[in-house]
Design a protein around this ligand. Structure first.
Ligand SMILES: [Zn+2]
Length: 126
């Protein structure tokens, strides 16, 4: 009985906090996207020496959408997916791919993972 009351209180607190949490999380996401765009507009590519620019973010978003669609298409229906983004910026000049490190607020060159390579060559051939 006490356990049920405790669970009810926790659910009630979460429901009461939703009007605060949802706008906070949306605002935090917008701020983070703006930071990435600002960083990209001045970040110099380590491969070719050109500035990435906002185009790099758009290219990475398109690439990520393609990757997610390919993963969903290859998954069993009803499979719960937990995805971690594997590309945040792609140099429009040379194609070098970067991940965003939130703690350092910088881009780092994406290291190839066997798991990513397994999926992405198939994606390129489609
Ligand atoms: Zn480059």
């Amino acid at each position: 009985m006490i356990k049920n009351i405790r669970e009810c209180i926790i659910v009630l607190v979460i429901i009461l906090l939703l009007p605060i949490l949802v706008p906070y999380l949306l605002l935090k996401d917008r701020v983070e996207k703006r930071r990435r765009k600002q960083l990209a507009s001045r970040f110099v590519c380590v491969e070719c020496g050109e500035v990435l620019g906002v185009e790099a973010i758009r290219l990475a978003d398109e690439r990520w959408d393609e990757i997610v669609k390919a993963i969903i298409a290859k998954s069993e229906p009803g499979t719960r997916l937990r995805l971690v983004r594997t590309v945040d910026a792609i140099c429009p000049h040379c194609g070098c791919q970067y991940l965003y490190h939130q703690a350092e607020r910088t881009f780092v060159v994406r290291e190839e993972s066997p798991e990513w390579e397994r999926l992405e060559p198939k994606l390129d051939s489609e």
